[in-house]
Design a protein. Structure first.
Length: 420
């Protein structure tokens, strides 16, 4: 993918000091995205529309497997497969040896969390936020039940972000019993971006492992693991990276890798060295398993390079602009309440927009939009139970924008909501 998907435009106020603003060529990107011809896609926090290059790469490898055999096709793509690790590492600012490729963000997160949990003892503490995602919180509950650890939900600020003061107070209170800080960078709903880098500084200063769920931030904004201060980071390919479903990755800091033994092990993660002995890999690939869809992994590599060619800073800028515009459109519709948490100069908001309608249930809106070939999603209380219960919400409509969406599409969506 060549950087010709950008164009130079005259400088404007707030152009970050550059002589020109490097803008995304939206028309070119949409031409690269077959799905744009069929639907108005506002479910990018679920699964984005993939670029044509991603789809073609997946199909090409499947055709090769059909023609010559799966193992043989894998051998022929070995070098490209290795480049996928380097591409992800380049995006995150880490070494390729710190990356594991897995089937999903959940698989990545679980691999890290349960390896850490092997070291937990009764009375140990897990610190997390009120808007932690359901799959992660279920894992906390399971480990709390089996190992007797305590889940400490750190209070939030008025804008919904985790309170850094309360986080430090919790660490001071529980001391060495704090064995993990786990945070979802961009929660499933609410428009929030958590102050992950500030949390990372607190975690490092207190030598507490920090697990960051970047499922919905990877591909939506720049991520640098050194700046974020996380020891582990999990993400998926299908959301804002625009990759295939069934792909994900895990970053584990080199200094932590060899301290963690994942469960289960297999021939990818370890070597059977004698009848009663085995040796686990030294790099992050100890968290992988042997079988995977190489076609989808190669597609993930193309998606990562596509995002890097577009430019993650420019993606973040456009996504933020579109989301704020959509919030404004929705706020002007009678009966609609935008449920995203407040944003001001110090609080970042993302491309996820959530709202309710006083006369129409979220599921009814979802069905009506589907009839018009508009893709949105319903976010139920069970996805972020603590946060939604505290706000008195049972379900919301989630409309999540991406950089290939247009202002015209947002207007069309707003008119469809008015027509209800």
């Amino acid at each position: 993918m060549k950087p010709s998907i950008k164009g130079a435009w005259p400088a404007a106020a707030g152009s970050r000091g550059r002589g020109v603003i490097v803008a995304i060529d939206v028309a070119r990107v949409r031409a690269d995205t077959p799905g744009c011809e069929n639907v108005l896609h506002l479910n990018n926090a679920g699964a984005s529309l993939s670029p044509r290059a991603v789809v073609e790469r997946v199909k090409a490898h499947l055709d090769l497997e059909a023609a010559m055999g799966g193992y043989e096709a894998a051998d022929s793509a070995a070098e490209e497969s290795e480049r996928v690790y380097r591409s992800i590492a380049g995006m995150l600012g880490c070494a390729a040896e710190e990356i594991a490729l897995v089937e999903s963000a959940t698989r990545a997160w679980d691999a890290a969390f349960y390896a850490l949990a092997e070291r937990f003892e009764p009375g140990d503490k897990i610190l997390t936020a009120a808007n932690e995602y359901v799959s992660n919180y279920l894992a906390f509950l399971q480990v709390a039940r089996k190992r007797g650890v305590d889940i400490v939900v750190v209070p939030s600020e008025e804008g919904g972000e985790i309170s850094l003061t309360a986080l430090e107070a919790a660490i001071d209170q529980h001391g060495q019993r704090v064995k993990l800080i786990a945070l979802t960078h961009v929660p499933s709903n609410g428009g929030l971006v958590q102050p992950a880098a500030a949390v990372g500084r607190i975690a490092r200063g207190n030598r507490v492992p920090f697990l960051l769920d970047a499922c919905q931030s990877a591909g939506q904004m720049p991520l640098d693991v050194e700046e974020l201060g996380c020891d582990m980071l999990s993400a998926t390919g299908r959301k804002y990276l625009r990759g295939p479903r069934g792909t994900g990755f895990l970053y584990v800091r080199r200094s932590l890798v060899e301290q963690l033994e994942p469960t289960p092990l297999d021939m990818r993660s370890a070597t059977w060295t004698a009848r009663d002995q085995y040796k686990v890999r030294k790099d992050a690939r100890r968290f992988e398993t042997w079988e995977s869809s190489l076609a989808c992994r190669l597609g993930l590599g193309v998606a990562v390079e596509y995002a890097r060619a577009v430019g993650l800073e420019d993606i973040a800028e456009r996504v933020t602009m579109l989301a704020e515009r959509l919030r404004g459109e929705l706020a002007g519709i009678a009966g609609v309440t935008v449920r995203d948490l407040p944003g001001d100069g110090s609080r970042k908001r993302c491309g996820i927009v959530t709202f309710t309608h006083e006369r129409h249930a979220a599921h009814a809106i979802f069905e009506r939009m589907r009839e018009r070939r508009i893709n949105v999603r319903v976010t139920p209380v069970g996805s972020t139970r603590i946060d939604m219960e505290e706000r008195g919400l049972t379900e919301m409509v989630r409309a999540s924008v991406h950089y290939y969406n247009t202002e015209g599409e947002l207007g069309r969506f707003a008119r469809a909501i008015r027509d209800l």
